[in-house]
Design a protein around this ligand. Structure first.
Ligand SMILES: *[C@@H]1O[C@H](CO)[C@@H](O)[C@H](O)[C@H]1NC(C)=O
Ligand SMILES: *[C@@H]1O[C@H](CO)[C@@H](O)[C@H](O)[C@H]1NC(C)=O
Ligand SMILES: *[C@@H]1O[C@H](CO)[C@@H](O)[C@H](O)[C@H]1NC(C)=O
Length: 732
């Protein structure tokens, strides 16, 4: 505790002076990171190259420390929790060093590297740093929510740029099973290397091998493009220069305009986002396709030549082979269709979109043509309808030449976020703590395996739980480890096959997120299957809501915070783990609250009935639906009724949203209520393709994305019915 007295802010500099590690601020919070520090680079260009915990931010008076256990720890003093750790507790770490190449390393007594920041890259790769299979670069986010863009190496050895978890928009050449790692050379080339460190694919920066270049780095930029930058010692401009980029045409980066329009190049050749579908200029306008499914008075199709559109919410268009005319009439006659794009490269393809969330790009060189359905109902924001019978425009209609101001693409070359290194108020200390020697001998005799999971015998489980004396939930017992650390012990059905159980346990045990309950250990013996979780003091969210007294502690603000926290945790499971993991059984019962009432999601990755462990097919959509239900229960404070969602929807659609909010608490913010109901009804859509991703949910809750009124959620449209109707349409 005395550590908070150490306020002197120093940043720690590598011996050659080229790099420094310390706190820097982002918005009004702080992160710990490594940045360039060389005298030849002005302070505003001293780009950050690594951040502890990537997007992680902490409050003031937080500190960064090498503990007695040999672990680097970032402690968030505002929240009173450990926000990030290097997880090197049992690795005999003796010292830490910031190396001359920008790598922060933890060394043992023999000076071997036990842990290095190069192994947990953020968005940047430095010369000499490896990126291996299963590692990724993730772009910094535009709005401090986790980013949608990542660079990964897939199992076949190709380097891929991806949006969310599923859309690949750039692939390197030369797939080969034997590729082991990617490396940036100090001469300015990027290589895919095989086991024998032979280069099997490479790209070169335009100043490759130029001896004037002092520094280089490769970064996945905020705009989703991968660029190689260099710093020239003798150049007048004194800035980082982009010398290579993966996607030549920025408009081809998936969702580069997000929900803000379609990507075009302006007269000076820079990519900009324009909103062709709205004629009014709202300052925060999202460029949605105007057609809504409840349109009553018929529709017309507006033509956009040289324009390619794609849905991003969901991101999968339905692709059919039809003629141009069929494509257009198909959409006009399908009440769910909002837009189509027809392309005729080698085969004629009609890409059908059934969502208002559409983006794309437009360029005179593109041969594709799009039709956007417009409702004839008088609505203020419709463009002047150009009926389908009239002749096509040659270019985008005149009224489209407006810029969607919030979304002008910041072309990353040259525009760096100015990270300000703060000089006081935060203690930054890397030293050995002498006073607080923890009594951590207790866990040692139980023999943690290599993953840090403790494997327990059945007698030990019995012992720790006092013979299952203290039941705290269905098949869930409280226990106490010998070191007085409380744990929650979950009993699973014995039918789970041993090998599967062990592999699932070690998979779950490898997941670390502050809002996911940590798996501490397990027991796998004939006739016995237990998972041992960290214990959360305040029990489940479900219990809290039920209780007439305790529910008042869950204020409106708190509930909104919990919704966001849970959304982030689920999004982490879906998109940021080594492989996709579904929660499988998300509900208030499986969200627990710690002593600060911060939510942690529990029992993820186990599936619904615990004997069908890990069934992940189509599971993201199911998690999203479960999340929608959980949110409605949290907002209404009702979880016992089966039809609470239907009831809430009826009230909302009848203009009575305020009757839905839990009447036991006050302080309901009606904007937030509206937003949270809308997004939960989107999550509850019977047609799972209409459900948003967790990333979208986060944006809506953060208020950075507006959300449309949802169509009726519980109308079941089975996929087979739709296919039939499409087929019969195309025969017309
Ligand atoms: C620390 O944070 C608190 C709350 O965010 C703020 O009131 C205070 O002024 C901050 N202190 C400094 C030194 O920035
Ligand atoms: C990169 O990988 C190679 C081959 O595995 C290894 O020799 C080298 O030490 C690695 N570099 C770093 C910085 O980890
Ligand atoms: C790089 O430059 C050095 C001398 O500056 C030269 O000997 C070497 O051949 C060059 N390598 C390449 C690949 O151009």
């Amino acid at each position: 505790m005395g550590l908070e007295l150490v306020y002197v802010l120093i940043y720690w500099v590598s011996s050659n002076g080229d790099f420094a590690i310390g706190f820097f601020n982002r918005l009004d919070q702080y992160s710990v990171g490594i940045r360039f520090n060389s005298d030849s680079i002005p302070i505003s260009k001293q780009t950050v190259v690594w951040v502890a915990g990537a997007d992680l931010m902490v409050g003031n008076k937080s500190y960064f420390q090498l503990t007695q256990n040999g672990e680097l720890v970032l402690f968030d003093s505002t929240k009173g929790v450990i926000a990030w750790t290097s997880k090197t507790r049992n690795s005999s770490v003796a010292s830490a060093v910031l190396l001359d190449n920008g790598n922060l390393a933890l060394l043992n007594k023999k000076k071997d590297i036990v842990w290095q920041s190069f192994d947990t890259p953020s968005d940047t790769l430095l010369p000499g740093q490896n990126l291996s299979v299963h590692q990724m670069l993730r772009a910094a986010s535009k709005n401090s929510v986790s980013s949608y863009y990542s660079l990964c190496m897939d199992v076949s050895g190709q380097l891929q740029l991806r949006w969310e978890s599923n859309k690949t928009y750039w692939i390197s050449g030369s797939p080969s099973q034997s590729i082991l790692r990617v490396m940036l050379s100090s001469e300015g080339s990027l290589h895919l290397l095989d086991q024998r460190s032979k280069s099997v694919w490479s790209v070169f920066g335009e100043d490759h091998n130029d001896s004037d270049v002092k520094f280089r780095f490769l970064r996945l930029d905020v705009d989703g493009n991968l660029r190689l930058y260099s710093w020239h010692e003798v150049e007048a401009s004194r800035s980082w220069r982009s010398v290579w980029q993966a996607v030549g045409n920025q408009c081809n980066v998936f969702a580069t305009c997000d929900l803000c329009g379609i990507c075009v190049f302006n007269a000076s050749g820079s990519p900009v986002c324009r909103c062709p579908f709205t004629s009014t200029m709202e300052s925060n306008s999202k460029c949605l396709v105007p057609y809504r499914q409840e349109c009553e008075s018929g529709s017309s199709m507006i033509t956009y030549e040289h324009t390619f559109l794609y849905g991003i919410y969901p991101s999968n268009d339905i692709v059919l082979q039809t003629s141009l005319q069929q494509c257009k009439s198909l959409c006009q006659e399908d009440p769910l269709c909002t837009a189509v794009t027809f392309t005729n490269d080698e085969t004629a393809q009609c890409r059908v979109k059934k969502t208002q969330y559409v983006t794309g790009h437009s360029d005179p060189s593109l041969s594709s043509i799009s039709f956007v359905k417009s409702c004839s109902d008088p609505i203020a924001v419709l463009p002047t309808p150009t009926s389908s019978s009239s002749s096509h425009h040659d270019t985008l209609p005149k009224e489209l030449n407006r810029f969607c101001i919030p979304c002008l693409i910041g072309v990353a070359s040259g525009t760096f976020l100015a990270f300000v290194v703060i000089q006081f108020g935060i203690g930054f200390c890397i030293y050995k703590r002498i006073k607080y020697i923890r009594k951590n001998a207790a866990l040692a005799y139980m023999g943690p395996n290599s993953k840090g999971l403790v494997i327990l015998s059945y007698p030990e489980i019995k012992d720790f739980t006092g013979n299952f004396k203290h039941q705290i939930g269905p098949m869930m017992f409280k226990g106490m480890l010998p070191n007085q650390r409380p744990v929650a012990v979950k009993e699973l059905k014995v039918t789970v096959e041993e090998r599967k159980f062990r592999s699932v346990a070690s998979k779950i045990g490898n997941i670390y997120h502050r809002n996911l309950v940590k798996l501490e250990g397990y027991c796998c013996e004939p006739g016995h299957r237990f998972l041992v979780y960290e214990f959360a003091k305040n029990g489940s969210l479900g219990k809290f809501i039920e209780d007439p007294k305790m529910c008042k502690r869950l204020t409106w603000r708190k509930r909104m915070e919990i919704c966001l926290t849970v959304a982030r945790a689920i999004s982490y499971l879906h998109t940021e783990c080594r492989e996709f993991i579904s929660h499988g059984n998300l509900k208030c019962e499986n969200v627990v609250l710690d002593e600060n009432l911060e939510a942690k999601v529990s029992e993820f990755g186990l599936g619904r009935g615990h004997d069908e462990v890990f069934n992940s097919g189509g599971a993201a959509e199911r998690d999203v639906r479960d999340y929608g239900k959980m949110m409605v229960e949290l907002v209404t404070g009702r979880q016992e009724a089966d039809d609470v969602c239907e009831w809430a929807y009826e009230e909302w659609v009848g203009g009575q949203a305020e009757r839905v909010a839990d009447e036991r608490i006050g302080g309901v913010n009606s904007d937030e209520l509206e937003r949270s109901l809308r997004i939960s009804f989107w999550c509850l859509q019977a047609d799972e393709r209409m459900r948003p991703s967790m990333g979208e949910v986060i944006k809506v809750l953060e208020g950075t994305l507006t959300v449309d009124p949802p169509p009726p959620p519980f109308v079941c449209r089975s996929p087979s019915e739709e296919e039939e109707s499409l087929e019969s349409d195309s025969e017309l």
